[in-house]
Design a protein around this ligand. Structure first.
Ligand SMILES: Nc1ncnc2c1ncn2[C@@H]1O[C@H](COP(=O)(O)OP(=O)(O)OP(=O)(O)O)[C@@H](O)[C@H]1O
Ligand SMILES: [Mg+2]
Length: 283
C-alpha cells in the first residue's frame, strides 16, 4: 500500500556512479533547483554522499554538529521508530532551506557508523530503512526526492538504490573515458547480482565537456550512441560552476548577465536535462 503510494505519488532518483569527481553533487544540486523552479515540484535533496557535506556547502549552508537537530543517519539506526514517534515534526527538523527552491537534508557525522551498523541488520530488512522513510515520512510532503549517493558500494549506497531505483549517472571525459560506459553497466549489473536491488539508468549526463577537444566530442558521441533515449544534453565545463559553488549557490541563482557564455550554456543544459529526466521518471 505504502509502496504503491510512493511509486505513484512521488518521483525519486539518485546521482550514482562508482567514480569520484564526475559531477554527481553538482548535478544533484542543479537538477533539484531546476525541478523546483521550472516544474514547481516540492523538491527534497538528501545528502548521503559521505560526511563532508558538499551539498550544504554548495548552497552556502554551514553545518556543524550542533546545527543538526535530527540527523539523517538516525533513519538507518535501530532506534529510528522510537525517535520518529517521540519527536514532533521530525522531518521538518531534519531539513534546511537552500534558498533556491529545494530543501536539503544534509549529511551528518553518523553516516559512517550507520553504514557499519547496517551490516548487523538481517539481510532481508537491511536495505528497507530509507525506502520506508521516503514512503512513510516524505511522500505526503514532497513531489520529488533526489539523493546524492556515495560513489561506492556500501550499505548506504545500496539502501539508496533500493529506495529510489532510478539513477542519474554523470560522466566526465578523462583518462580511460572509453571504459566508463562499460564500467557503469558492469557496476550496476554487479549490484543487481549481489543485492536485492534493481537500479535503472534514468539519465547518463556528459559533464565538464570542452567542445574544443576531440576527446570531449567523441565522449559525448559515445554516450549518445550507447544511450540514445536517456543521454542528457552535454554540460560544458565552466569556471562559473566552481566559483558560484564556493560562493554558495547554483548557476540558477545568478543573474543571466553575470554568467559567462559557458555558464549560461551549462545552466541551460541542466534545465533541459531536468525536463528530460522528469519525463523519464514519470513514465
Ligand atoms: N560543468 C562543470 N564545469 C567545471 N567544473 C565543474 C563542472 N561540474 C562540476 N565541476 C567541478 O568539478 C568538481 C567535482 O564535481 P562534483 O563535486 O559535483 O563531483 P562528485 O562526483 O560529486 O565528486 P565526489 O566523488 O568527490 O563526491 C567540483 O570541484 C565542481 O566544482
Ligand atoms: Mg559529490
Amino acid at each position: 500500500m505504502l509502496y504503491l503510494y510512493m511509486k505513484n505519488g512521488i518521483l525519486t532518483a539518485a546521482t550514482y556512479v562508482q567514480k569520484g569527481g564526475v559531477g554527481k553533487t553538482t548535478t544533484a544540486a542543479h537538477v533539484a533547483v531546476a525541478a523546483a523552479q521550472n516544474h514547481d515540484l516540492n523538491t527534497l535533496l538528501i545528502d548521503l554522499a559521505g560526511t563532508q557535506n558538499d551539498l550544504a556547502t554548495h548552497f552556502g549552508i554551514s553545518i556543524d554538529e550542533e546545527s543538526i537537530d535530527a540527523p539523517i543517519s538516525a533513519v538507518f539506526g535501530d532506534q529510528w521508530e522510537l525517535i520518529r514517534n517521540g519527536i514532533d515534526n521530525v522531518v521538518e527538523r531534519m531539513t534546511f532551506d537552500t534558498g533556491e527552491g529545494p530543501v536539503l537534508i544534509p549529511a551528518d557525522p553518523g553516516l559512517g557508523a550507520a553504514d557499519n551498523n547496517l551490516a548487523n541488520v538481517p539481510r532481508e530488512e537491511r536495505y528497507d530503512r530509507l525506502a520506508d522513510f521516503i514512503a512513510e515520512d516524505l511522500a505526503a510532503t514532497y513531489d520529488f526526492v533526489l539523493v546524492d549517493l556515495p560513489g561506492k558500494e556500501d550499505n548506504i549506497a545500496i539502501s539508496g538504490l533500493y529506495a529510489v531505483e532510478d539513477v542519474i549517472a554523470p560522466l566526465r571525459p578523462g583518462a580511460f573515458e572509453r571504459n566508463q560506459l562499460e564500467n557503469l553497466e558492469a557496476d550496476l549489473q554487479e549490484i543487481r547480482d549481489a543485492y536485492p536491488v534493481d537500479p535503472r539508468l534514468a539519465m547518463v549526463l556528459p559533464t565538464m565537456i570542452d567542445r574544443r577537444t576531440t576527446q570531449s566530442s567523441e565522449f559525448v558521441a559515445d554516450i549518445r550512441e550507447a544511450y540514445p533515449d536517456i543521454a542528457g544534453l552535454q554540460v560544458v565545463s565552466t569556471q562559473n560552476i566552481g566559483d558560484y559553488q564556493e560562493a554558495g549557490s547554483t548557476l540558477f541563482a545568478v543573474d543571466d548577465d553575470e554568467l559567462y557564455s559557458t555558464g549560461q550554456e551549462a545552466l541551460d543544459a541542466y534545465s533541459t536535462a531536468t525536463d528530460q529526466l522528469l519525463q523519464t521518471l514519470r513514465q
